[in-house]
Design a protein around this ligand. Sequence first.
Ligand code: GCB
Length: 598
Amino acid sequence: MYIRGPLILLSLLLLVPCVRAQLITNTEARKTISLNGQWQVIIDPYESGFYNYRYQPSDNGYFKNAKPKNKSELIEYDFDKSETLKVPGDWNTQSDQLFFYEGTVWYKKSFDYQRKPNTRLFVYFGGANYFADVYLNGEKLGQHEGGFTPFNFEITNRVKDTDNFLIVKVDNKRRRDAVPTLMTDWWNYGGITREVKLIETPATFVNDYVVQLQKGSRDRVTGWVKLNGERLNQKIHVRIPEAGISRLFTTNASGTAMIEFTADLKLWSPENPKLYDVFIEAETDQVREQIGFRSLETRGTDILLNGQPIFLRGVCIHEEAPLRGGRAYSREDAVTLLSWAKELGANFVRLAHYPHNEFMVREADRMGIMVWSEIPVYWTIEWENPNTLKNARNQLQEVIARDKNRAAVVIWSVANETPLSDARLTFLKDLIAYARQLDPTRLLSAAMERHYENPTTQMIDDPLGEFLDVLGCNEYVGWYDGLPEKADGLEWKSKYQKPLVMSEFGGDALFGHHGDPLTRWTEEYQENIYQHQISMLKKISFLRGTSPWILTDFRSPRRPLPGIQDYWNRKGLISDRGEKKKAFYVLQSWYKELREKP
Ligand code: GCB
C-alpha cells in the first residue's frame, strides 16, 4: 500500500498527456487568424454532396468545390453563387427556412496564407453541432463528433499561398446512439456555432499543460507541460512573477515535463477571484495564461473551498444568447448571462447540459463564479453501446482538456436524469473513473433523480451516489409533482453522507402573465413555487447548493403550447427579452440572506 499509492498516481499522471488528443489549449495566447464571418453554404437535406445516387460516398462530393472547366461540363452546385451564413452562429436563427432544420449544411470559406519558415499551422474549431467533416482544398482533414467541444487539424503541409478553400460538412441529425440522443429538452441548433481560427505555432510548441494546486493542498502546485514537435527535449521555465516563482524543468523523450513546486499564493474565490499571470517558456515557444489557484474537497456533507465550508448559490444556464436568441458564442454573451447570475446573488452556475463555449468559463474565472460543467449524457443514452461510451468519454476528455486550468470549474458532471439500470451504472462509473484519471482535482457529480419512500419522504439513494463527491438532484415539486405547497410537508433523506446540490427545481411562467398563485403559467405561480421550495430547502441539513432551473427562457421543440410557450421552455427567471419575473426577486432575496448569514 505504502509504495503502490504514489506509484499508481505517478503512472496515471504520466499517462494523462499521452491519452489526450492533440488539442491546442489556451488559443488566446497564440497568433491566430480569424475565419469568422460569412461562409458560403449549401443546404443538403439528402446529403447528395456526399453520397452518389447509389448512396455510396462519392469521390466528387461538394468538398471538391468543383467548377465547370468548359461550357458543357455538368456540375450541379456552386458555392460561390450560394447564400451565406455567419460563423460563429447556429443556422436555425439565421434563416427562416432553417428554423426547424435538422440535417446537413455545407460551409465554405476561402483564404490566403503566407507560410513562414519554422512555423506550423492548425485550423481550430471551437465547436460545430453535431458531426463535422472537414476538408481543405478538396482533401479530407478528418471528422469530429460532438456538438460542444473544440477540435483542430494540422494543415502546415496542405496550405497554399492563395485560394485555399476550407469546406465543412456539418450534420446535426439526431441519432439514437449519439450523445445527446434523440430526446432532449433544448433546441438542436446546427452549424459552426463557435469560432474558427487558424493558429500559428513554432515547429516545436507547448501543446498543453496543467498548472493547478495539488488535490488537498493550498500551496503545492503540480502538473505537467507537453511539447509537440521534433525537439522534444527542452528546458521548460515556469514563472509566476507576482508570486516570485521561477522554476526550471526538463521534458523527457516524449516531450513531457512533470512540474511541481511550493508557492505562497493568494487563493481564488468568488469574493476575490485572483488570477496570476503564469508563463510557460520552452526553448522554442512560450505562452502566458491567467490562472487562479484554489483548493476543493468535501468533508462529510460539506464542500470546502480553500478549506472553508461553502454554499453554492447557483442557477442553471443554457447556452442561449440573451436578447438576440440562438446559440450564445461571444464574450459579450457570456458577460451578460453571468452578470445576470451575479445580480441574482449567485456565486455558482450550472452550465447545462453540455460544455458551453470557452468565453463562459474564462469570464466565470474573472468574475468569481464557480462552474458546474457537464457533458450531454442526458436522459436515455444507449448504455450498452460501446461506441456511445467512447463518444461520451471523448466529449469528457475534450472539455477537461480545454478547461482544466480554470479555477472557476469546481464540478464535472457526467449525466443528467438518467434512468436506473445496471448498464447505465457501468457506463457512468466508467466516465467517473475516466474523469478522475484526467483531472484528480475537481469534484464529480451528476444530476440524479429521487423517489418517494412514502408520501412525505423524498429519498436519494441512486447507486451512482456512491461514486460521486457531490450529489446532484433534480426535483420539480410544485410543477410536475403536485402543487407548490406540497413542498411544505416533505422531508429529505439521503443514503449517503455527502453534500447535496439541488441541481434543478422551478416551473414555467410567461413574463407579464398574471393571476393568482395557483394559476399555471403566471408569474405568481412560479413565485409561489420558489417561496415553498426555499422554505423546504432550508430544512435539508445536507444541502450545500442550489441551481434552480433556469436563468432565462430557452427554446425547446417539446414546448408547443400556443400563446404561452410557442416553443419556449418558460422556466426562466428572466424572459427571452431580458425581463425579470417575480420569482427572480424571491430567489435574489434568499441568496442575499445566505450571503449575509451563510
Ligand atoms: C429537467 C431537465 C431539463 C428540462 C427541465 C424541464 O429535468 O433536466 O433539461 O428542461 O427538466 O423544464 O422540464
